[in-house]
Write a new protein. Structure first.
Length: 356
């Protein structure tokens, strides 16, 4: 009797239901369009375990801290006619500004990490040192306009308010340019090199902005009266509202501060390109130093090697920015270099002063 061989089709028809389901599933997968696999991207984080660029609690804390200190500064400037307040208030406010800088340094460490903390301290020291040179020019301006002692702190206070706004604008523009155009780093490096050479070359010459075009332009376009009227910036005179000499002094000081900001802000951008670190270190440094303007005036004249130190610091940050793509200089090394240069300048100046 002949055997009956089952064909492959008959065999597949008699296969188990599980195998048939697997065949249909594989066929459906082969006919389905290929799905695009989108890789999962992690949000951009800061280096060394830091946080995002926009740290709202840190920004809010900085704003509250500066606002409280400015209110205290304003209250002391209004009481500046009393001798005891004029003697004690600058030292007290300087201690408060320094304490605020220390507290903010600790906050940066916990919020953004130790690398950002080192960058903040380095930027703070650079701005503090460069602002010392700014105070020399302020002394020349106050002496030229013969501003009364009790009104100088008031001018500096309103100068701080203006600097807070103007430097926010400059730093914001600089941060955008650095983020969008890589070649802008080389522009800042060239500016720092030129500034360093100018500081080292003209360290023996005292700047006198009162003999320049600034005062003549203000006197031409701003109606003013050639006298002081207490703490008022404007008075009503014949012909309407006119600016006093106190307001003219404020305008000259703010113009000078803008010029100095064009030197100091690129120097801190060479240390870090984080606009939050640049801005906060900038404001806390200039506010703390200007509060002690009267007490520092006599001491600053004795730092004969300070200009050399400023030139050296500017050269260092210019080289750091220029070689940023080739050599990575850690934030702690930058802090050590800046602090070391300043320490050598101060110690050398004090030693020479004692030997005289």
């Amino acid at each position: 009797m002949a055997r009956i061989h089952a064909s492959p089709t008959a065999k597949s028809a008699t296969s188990c239901p599980l195998e048939r389901r697997n065949v249909h599933r594989d066929r459906a997968r082969s006919l389905a369009p290929a799905r695009r696999v989108v890789p999962r991207t992690r949000p951009r984080r800061r280096v060394e375990g830091g946080r995002d660029i926009l740290d709202l609690p840190l920004i809010a804390g900085f704003g509250a801290l500066v606002s409280v200190l400015l209110v205290l500064e304003l209250s002391t400037s209004h009481r500046g006619t009393r001798e005891d307040y004029r003697r004690v208030a600058p030292h007290l406010m300087t201690l408060l500004w320094i304490a605020a800088a220390i507290a903010f340094t600790v906050a940066i460490h916990f919020r953004l990490g130790h690398v950002r903390m080192f960058e903040f301290v380095t930027g703070y020291l650079i701005e503090y040192a460069l602002s010392v040179d700014n105070l020399f020019v302020f002394m020349v301006i106050f002496s030229h306009f013969q501003v009364p002692e009790e009104q100088r702190q008031r001018v500096l206070f309103w100068g701080i308010l203006t600097a807070i706004v103007l430097r926010l604008l400059f730093i914001g523009v600089g941060a955008v340019l650095l983020r969008r155009f890589h070649w802008f780093e080389y522009v800042l490096a060239a500016v720092l090199f030129a500034t360093a050479l100018r500081v080292l070359r003209d360290h023996a010459q005292a700047a006198d902005p009162t003999n320049g075009r600034v005062v003549r332009a203000f006197l031409r376009f701003v109606p003013s009266v050639p006298r002081f009227e207490g703490s008022r910036f404007f008075v009503r005179d014949e012909g309407g509202r006119r600016a006093t000499l106190l307001f003219l002094t404020l305008l000259v000081i703010e113009t000078t501060d803008v010029i100095f900001a064009l030197d100091s802000i690129p120097a801190i951008f060479a240390i870090t390109q984080d606009p939050l670190i640049v801005y906060t270190s900038n404001i806390l440094a200039i506010a703390g130093l200007r509060s002690l303007f009267g007490a520092l005036a006599s001491f600053l004249r004795r730092l004969r090697y300070l200009q050399h130190a400023l030139g050296g610091i500017l050269l260092f940050v210019a080289v750091k920015l220029l070689l940023h793509d080739l050599i990575h200089i850690p934030a702690l090394v930058s802090l050590a270099v800046v602090a070391g240069i300043l320490s050598i300048a101060v110690i050398s100046s004090v030693r020479d002063e004692r030997q005289r």
